[in-house]
Design a protein around this ligand. Structure first.
Ligand code: CDP
Length: 220
């Protein structure tokens, strides 16, 4: 792998890792990888093509056929803006279901690593520290209680004009936590050497500052 620094931020669903990771990337002038978006893109594309979510090999074969572009805050799939379409709960659940397949995870490794470019990368997901960037200079496991995460996800969806019910969201995220943690391939784990950041009582700015302080103390 290359010598550019990677900050890996892993954690369960709706822990705020995406928001924190992209702000840390902005502050440092680093690139940003939202690896969950890739699983969501595959969920959307495979739904459109009618591929069964249980068919790991076929899902894996679809990955190299996807034309994915991240530009500013926009994500396009085969030329179409899907930034909003991939954020629904049903696509999130489908993404979590197809993420269990080793063929899918393997097919996405190269694409994820290609985001590592000068001057550095902040990558968020479930297995950034354990599998994709094991040499990351800083590994953070960002978490919060399930009710705090359900509340955050609720606010996020409502702000985007997507209707949601808090009790359904809590149930969905507990389902997703269980699946992400129990799967055999790259389960959600606290990687060796990772620093745990519990954010239930922290603002986004506080969480970002802690990660930046950790990075500065390593980089110094
Ligand atoms: O928004 P949320 O945190 O729920 O999920 P996401 O980061 O957008 O990822 C969607 C799904 O993809 C997750 O529920 C995981 O099952 C899966 N995923 C994964 O398995 N490995 C990653 N590195 C990122 C996401």
């Amino acid at each position: 792998m290359s010598s550019f620094p990677v900050i890996a931020i892993d954690g369960p669903t709706a822990s705020g890792k995406g928001t924190v990771a992209s702000l840390v990337a902005d502050k440092l002038g680093f690139h940003y990888l939202d690896s969950g978006a890739l699983y969501r893109l595959l969920a959307l594309a495979s739904e459109i093509q009618g591929i069964d979510v249980k068919n790991g090999p076929e899902l894996g074969l679809l990955v190299p056929k996807l034309l994915i572009l991240f530009k500013n805050n926009q994500i396009t799939l085969n030329g179409e803006d899907v930034s909003e379409a991939i954020r629904t709960e049903s696509i999130g659940l489908r993404a979590s279901a197809l993420a269990v397949h080793p063929a899918v995870r393997t097919a996405l490794v190269g694409l994820q690593r290609s985001f590592l470019q000068a001057p550095g990368l902040v990558a968020d997901g479930r297995d950034m520290a354990s599998v994709i960037f094991p040499d990351a200079v800083l590994k953070v496991f960002l978490t919060a209680t399930a009710p705090a995460r359900a509340e955050r996800r609720y606010k996020q969806l409502i702000a985007k004009g997507i209707s949601a019910k808090l009790s359904d969201l809590l149930q969905d995220l507990q389902e997703r936590d269980a699946r992400d943690s129990r799967r055999g391939a790259a389960p959600l784990v606290i990687a060796d050497g990772a620093k745990v950041l519990e954010t239930s009582d922290l603002s986004i700015d506080q969480a970002v500052k802690i990660v930046l302080d950790w990075y500065q103390s390593i980089a110094a």
